[in-house]
Every structure is written in C-alpha cells, then in structure tokens.
Design a protein around this ligand. Sequence first.
Ligand code: ADP
Ligand code: ASP
Ligand code: MG
Length: 425
Amino acid sequence: MGLVVQKYGGSSVADAEGIKRVAKRIVEAKKNGHQVVAVVSAMGDTTDELIDLAEQVSPIPAGRELDMLLTAGERISMALLAMAIKNLGHSAQSFTGSQAGVITDSVHNKARIIDVTPGRIRDSLDEGNIAIVAGFQGVSQDTKDITTLGRGGSDTTAVALAAALDAEVCEIYTDVDGVFTADPRVVKKARKIDWISFEDMLELASSGSKVLLHRCVEYARRYNIPIHVRSSFSGLPGTWVSSESIEQGDKQVEQAIISGVAHDTSEAKVTVVGVPDKPGEAATIFRTIADAQINLDMIVQNVSAASTGLTDISFTLPKSEGRKALDALEKNKAGIGFDSLRYDDQIGKISLVGAGMKTNPGVTADFFKALSDAGVNIELISTSEIRISVVTRADDVPEAVRAVHTAFGLDSDSDEAVVYGGTGR
Ligand code: ADP
Ligand code: ASP
Ligand code: MG
C-alpha cells in the first residue's frame, strides 16, 4: 500500500459535521494501509468572505497583506481536521504550506510553485501520523513572504505534494461525483465522465470548468500523476484524469469525440478604441498589460477603417484584473495613442472540448448551428486544436450551454447529476 494525497475542497469541510465526515474518510484510508496526506481548503465560502472583508477596508488591498489574510482560512480547516482525526483515536499533524515545503515565486495572489521540499511531511508520515496540509499557499523563495496560489489553488497544492512525495494517486474530493460533460449546476442531464485525458481536462479547466484548476492539471501532466476526482459525500467512484485510459470491467474506456462543454462568466472584455493601425501598436498594448502581471485570454483586432487608419483591439481577461488593466492602459495612453477604453463585464464564454475535433470536420459548424438555434449571438471566437470557444452575453450562457450539450448528444438518458453541497460561489 502506497501513499495517497487526498484534497478536500471548501464544500467538503464547510462545517463541523463536514470536517468530522472527512476525518472518518481519511482514517478509513489510513486503516486500509495507506500513508495519507490530506490537503484542505478553507471552510465553505470563507475565502470569498475574507476578500469581501478586505475590500471593505481597502478597495484594492495590498497583495502581501491579502495573502496573509486568505491563508488564515486554510489554517482554520487544517487545525480542526487534525483535531477531529485525533478524536477518532488516530494521530495527525497539521502543517501550513510553508511548513510543508511549498516554495513559490513572489507574485502575491497568484504565485507559482517552483519547488516542493516536503521533509517535514515525510518525517511526520514516517512517525505514523496522518499529515494535514493547508492548501492554496506557500512561501516565496526570495522574499520569504507568505503567498497564495490563486483561486482554487488547493488543487495545485495537492498535485504538487503528490508529485514530490511520489504518491500513487491524487484524490480530489469535491461536491459532485466527478468531472461531468458540463457543470451539473447548469446542465441537470450532464453525464459523469469515467476517464478523461490530461489534454482534454486541461482545456476544460482553462475554459472555466472549475472542478479542477488548470494549473493542477498542468502539473499532473508534467509529473504524470493520475488524478481521481470524486465526491466526499457519496463515496462513488469518480473520474480518472490520466495519460492512459482506464479499464472498467473487462473493457477499456474509449476517448470520447467530444469531452464536454465548459462555461465561464468570470471574464470581462476590454476594447481599446481608435488605435493607429501601424506596426508596434499591439506590441505596446500587450507589453503594458504584461508588465502589470495580467494574463489575457482571447484577443481580436478589428479590420481597420481605411479612411481613418484606426482600428480597435479587444481582449478578455479575468474580471478581477479589469481595474488593473484599465489603469495600466490609461497611464500609458500617450505612449500607445488610442482614443478611449471600453469595459464590458457582462460577457460569458462557452467552449466545446474534445480531441476528436481534430478528425471530425463538422464540429465547428454544428456548434455554431446549435448556438444560432438557441438564438445566441456570438461576439468573439477562438479555437485551439481541440477546443472552440465563443464569447456571448452573460445572460445567454446557461441556455447556450444546454443547447450545445444536447446538440452534441451529451445528455444523459438515465440519472440527473447530483450536486451535494456548496453554494456554487
Ligand atoms: P471545491 O470547493 O471542492 O474545490 P469547486 O467549487 O472548486 O469545489 O468545484 C466543484 C464545482 O465545479 C461543482 O460544484 C460544479 O458546480 C463545478 N463544475 C464546473 N464544471 C464542471 C464539470 N464539467 N464537472 C463537474 N463539476 C463542474
Ligand atoms: N480557498 C481557496 C479558494 O477558495 C483555495 C481553494 O479552495 O482551492 O479559492
Ligand atoms: Mg476548487
């Protein structure tokens, strides 16, 4: 029996009952002969509540202090979970990210893990303990300040520890029974996926399926760590995310042509209006954005109006970065030479993902047809080899997701997808 890393999301440890339930499950794994490392998120919506609180005292809270505040959420869960396990007669020790050896760069609020040195975790396991680790946090190699890994970052902590400790598997426990063909909160007929490749999962995750964070999937692919996404409420087998497909009964699970539909309403669109249509303009705009440490998603440049020699450039980015991007562009207005900026945070993105797209030429046409049948207007389009994404009005998103899900034959004909907990916030 090897070592397993289990990660429990906020909805699984939302209250004292939840923590006791999770403690029992961890002890079960230990009794089955595993060494267990459990990574925990903050209880319920604690992180959102702490952010709200910070914004009440300062509209743009200082990054370093915000990290200090947010990491407190995970510390509460880890200590309570260790107490609950001890109460069941087993030994457990909790560790902050820093104590667990999660070393990051120094970019506050979205630090990247650059090394994991889990010596203390290893020692604790060797002494017979269950090790509990606070997710979503680390310590900067340079500044020694406490950092956080970006929203949903406990997933990454879990996979990074699994890689560093050479775990058999990384189990991600959440409030649904696995990865579905669409978000079960939006599509009741979403179907549970038994196995999905790292590639398709990476596209789903980066297109908004927050059941797994894209950085965590990236990490798992790089170190070839199989992930098992499952519910902490039901105990049913969930979804395997790995490079090799799994066997079920006596048959091998096939890669689907289309893995699923993802949606994302967390982005906004910035349009830079009246940009001189000459070489170097785009470079200056996007250098300005990059220097502000902002990651973009889609970019489009409109056809230039010949009479004016001006063009518009639009891009999408996380809403949380909107203010920062506008400020950075405004500051550099003279250097770039544009007329004005427009900001639209009422957009949504719908993406269709599947490796089978590469060899099925009709997929794009069918996708657009499904959207038009649902009366949904497309504002931006972007594609990769295994994904098509469109931007629409935010209000259209739920209907559009359901329409596309049905059009591609993804609707389940048996059970409705169950959501066990969480507020979906
Ligand atoms: P946790 O608190 O456990 O980290 P999250 O809220 O981050 O949980 O992720 C689980 C949620 O992800 C589900 O409740 C579901 O609403 C959402 N979700 C979005 N897309 C999918 C999908 N394709 N399959 C399953 N869940 C999804
Ligand atoms: N608590 C953090 C968040 O809500 C990290 C996580 O849950 O993964 O984003
Ligand atoms: Mg999550």
